[in-house]
Design a binder for this molecule. Structure first.
Ligand code: ADP
Length: 386
């Protein structure tokens, strides 16, 4: 059945505005609507400060459109109102970096939070993939980055530390439970050449998981240290979203060689992304860079590119903060569909344009890891990648 923009708009007129006055269409909050393969894409403009509060508005709009006959899927994003083209409530620019990077720290300086941490035998480097808020594509990025690093010839593991909503079993299509080596140490699961460990393997999907501070940490420590990872060049940790206490504790306790931040291009997601950056700075973990996810949309019929979600925000923000920009991933139904099918796009279409984007991100991450390891090599063992 054919679905028209008018039908979608008509449906969206039933969705009330942020203050329950008028509807989101009449209020002029709905972006242009794109329909491709019976899938509908659009964004809703809201004030940045109210993003979190207005998430139900976004999901109501998405649900309403999905329910229309002839609609196979819908992707709706919240976009922040732009005032003067800049970010709202942007903090003052950080001071320019000092001329000479003083590494290692002078003896009088307190020891770095990272250097005192116990590494995991056999694992050369552990990197975190994090986001300031949920739903930005952190897990999707983590898994495709891990596969990208593996495609570059590294031995890679992935640890799903998103204990609130473990997604690796589904993303990688892994069924079953890990076995133990000697009743205590777990054998990681394996898929597409990756060693994989997830809380999702250890608890039933329906089990409500109320992991509180110490439990989160003991679960994480167990998955990190009581798993037979074997020799790995890189372990990619998919962190829980957000920058709360649990995340901070993890960032502090895991011996991280660096962190990758995933953000959508919208200003409001970037505010969260900046919180993520600050969290890692606080605990002295090097920032490897920012990935912009759901960056732009390519109409499948015409191949024309549309920046409906305000593409480019993450690159600008990365430049402003002096953080490496690792790449931009378009919004692409195939990414979601392959994730749902347990075949991440890097393995489903290894020669495709999206895999190319992820491979580019992986190569940049590797380059940054090498640079970080070289600059701190006097402080710890050097990491050498073949
Ligand atoms: P997070 O880990 O940040 O909560 P996920 O990786 O689970 O986010 O992604 C949220 C949803 O968005 C998933 O359904 C995923 O398939 C989808 N998604 C992620 N990135 C993209 C993209 N670039 N294009 C289309 N869908 C995407």
């Amino acid at each position: 059945m054919f679905i028209s923009k008018e039908t979608v708009l008509e449906k969206l007129r039933t969705i009330k505005g942020p203050d329950f006055e008028g509807d989101i269409v009449s209020l002029g909050l709905v972006s242009e609507i794109f329909i491709a393969d019976a899938k509908v894409f659009f964004s809703i403009t809201v004030p940045a400060a109210r993003a979190q509060e207005l998430e139900p508005l976004r999901s109501a709009a998405e649900r309403a459109v999905k329910a229309l006959p002839g609609v196979a899927g819908a992707v709706v994003a919240l976009t922040a109102e732009k005032k003067g083209g800049g970010m709202e409530a942007a903090p003052p620019r950080p001071a320019p970096p000092r001329p000479a990077p003083a590494r290692p720290a002078p003896p009088t300086a307190p020891p770095s939070t990272q250097s005192g941490k116990r590494g995991v035998p056999g694992i050369e480097a552990i990197i975190a993939v994090a986001s300031g808020k949920g739903g930005v594509g952190k897990s999707t990025t983590a898994v495709n980055l891990a596969l990208g690093l593996a495609a570059l010839g590294l031995k890679v593991g992935i640890l799903d530390a998103d204990i609130y909503g473990p997604s690796m079993p589904k993303l990688l299509g892994i069924k079953g439970k890990p076995t133990t080596v000697d009743g205590k140490i777990l054998r990681p699961m394996e898929k597409y050449g990756l060693k994989v460990m997830s809380m999702g393997f250890l608890v039933e999907e329906e089990t409500p998981m109320i992991w509180r501070g110490p439990m989160v940490m003991s679960a994480l420590t167990q998955m990190l240290r009581e798993v037979e990872w074997g020799a790995l060049d890189v372990l990619v940790v998919d962190m829980p979203p957000g920058t709360g206490d649990a995340q901070l504790t993890m960032a502090q306790q895991v011996p991280l060689a660096g962190a990758v931040i995933v953000s959508t291009p919208q200003d409001l997601a970037l505010i969260d992304a900046r919180k993520g950056l600050n969290m890692f700075k606080k605990v002295d973990v090097p920032l490897l860079g920012i990935v912009e996810n759901m960056s732009y949309f390519i109409a499948p019929d015409t191949g024309k590119r549309y920046d409906i979600f305000g593409h480019g925000g993450a690159r600008r923000e990365a430049e402003r903060l002096g953080v490496t920009f690792l790449g931009e991933v378009p919004i692409e139904m195939a990414i979601r569909e392959n994730s749902d099918a347990g075949t991440p796009i890097v393995v489903a279409e290894p020669k495709g344009p999206i895999a190319e984007v992820y491979l580019g991100v992986a190569a940049k991450v590797l380059e940054r890891m090498r640079a970080e390891s070289a600059s701190s090599s006097t402080a710890g063992p050097a990491i050498v990648f073949e």
